[in-house]
Write a protein of this length. Structure first.
Length: 255
């Protein structure tokens, strides 16, 4: 299957993610109603909003987990909305971490991290193991390489899931409410792992309800409600002087 691409080569001065008038309906219910924005290479973007506002659907559209109804999404020079999309080519560029960890319970942490590069990319096992051990060290799981998911806390499992996504060497990381299922005491360790990724220059797009974290880490905030972007801006302006009444109402409830 051919890779769906723009005819022009992508360069780092162009948006690494571009959404143009994205619509998504499930039956007669329109979840996304014309969403457009760009993400630059190395940028950290947080999407916030009430439940049911289309945040998770939006981020899943970027990784082609949900097909668009209309509009265009590009990641580098891959057109995600092309019906001939090579999903493997896309997922080499885009890693995703979900609210649920989705680890294989019968595989150790190390084996979970190694599986996709070996079985999907057919990379050398020794090279993959070395990378996997380094990634587990990066997310502070040294000594847990041979532990099974059932032997790990929720926060530890989520960090294995982050390492697993990084093992594919993506250019972009998507995070969909990754702390929502965690106990409060384990949230910090997961947020720290994400913060360090961002500080290393990884392009990150996060759907999150962690407002203080979004304020600290994001280069740009998007507030969605009822399938549209209501307001966006840099954190300092967005949180201190929101202009739209819906934004002000939402922030008054969560801050």
């Amino acid at each position: 299957m051919a890779v769906a691409t723009d005819t022009r080569p992508w360069t780092p001065d162009q948006p690494i993610i571009q959404l143009i008038d994205v619509h998504k309906s499930f039956g007669t219910f329109e979840v996304l109603k014309g969403v457009s924005f760009d993400v630059k290479k190395g940028e950290v973007v947080c999407i916030i909003g009430p439940s049911g506002s289309g945040k998770s659907t939006l981020i899943r559209c970027i990784n082609a987990l949900v097909p668009l109804t209309s509009g265009t999404i590009r990641v580098e020079n891959i057109e995600v909305s092309d019906p001939q999309l090579d999903k493997l080519a896309l997922r080499r560029k885009v890693g995703m971490v979900f609210q649920q960890y989705n680890l294989f319970p019968h595989k150790t942490a190390l084996q979970n991290v190694m599986m996709a590069p070996i079985h999907v990319l057919h990379q050398d096992k020794r090279e993959v193991e070395e990378r996997a051990r380094a990634l587990l060290k990066k997310v502070r799981l040294v000594g847990k390489e041979h532990s099974y998911p059932g032997e790990l806390s929720g926060g530890q499992q989520q960090r294995v899931a982050i390492a697993r996504s990084l093992a594919m060497l993506p250019d972009v990381m998507l995070f969909d409410e990754v702390t929502a299922a965690l106990d409060p005491e384990t949230v910090k360790e997961v947020l720290l792992a994400i913060r360090e990724l961002a500080e290393d220059g990884m392009t990150c797009l996060l759907v999150t309800h962690e407002m203080n974290f979004a304020r600290d880490i994001a280069d740009h905030i998007y507030f969605t409600d009822r399938g549209v972007i209501v307001e966006h801006g840099p954190p300092d302006t967005f949180f201190s002087a929101p202009s739209d009444p819906r934004t002000r109402e939402f922030l008054s409830q969560v801050l």
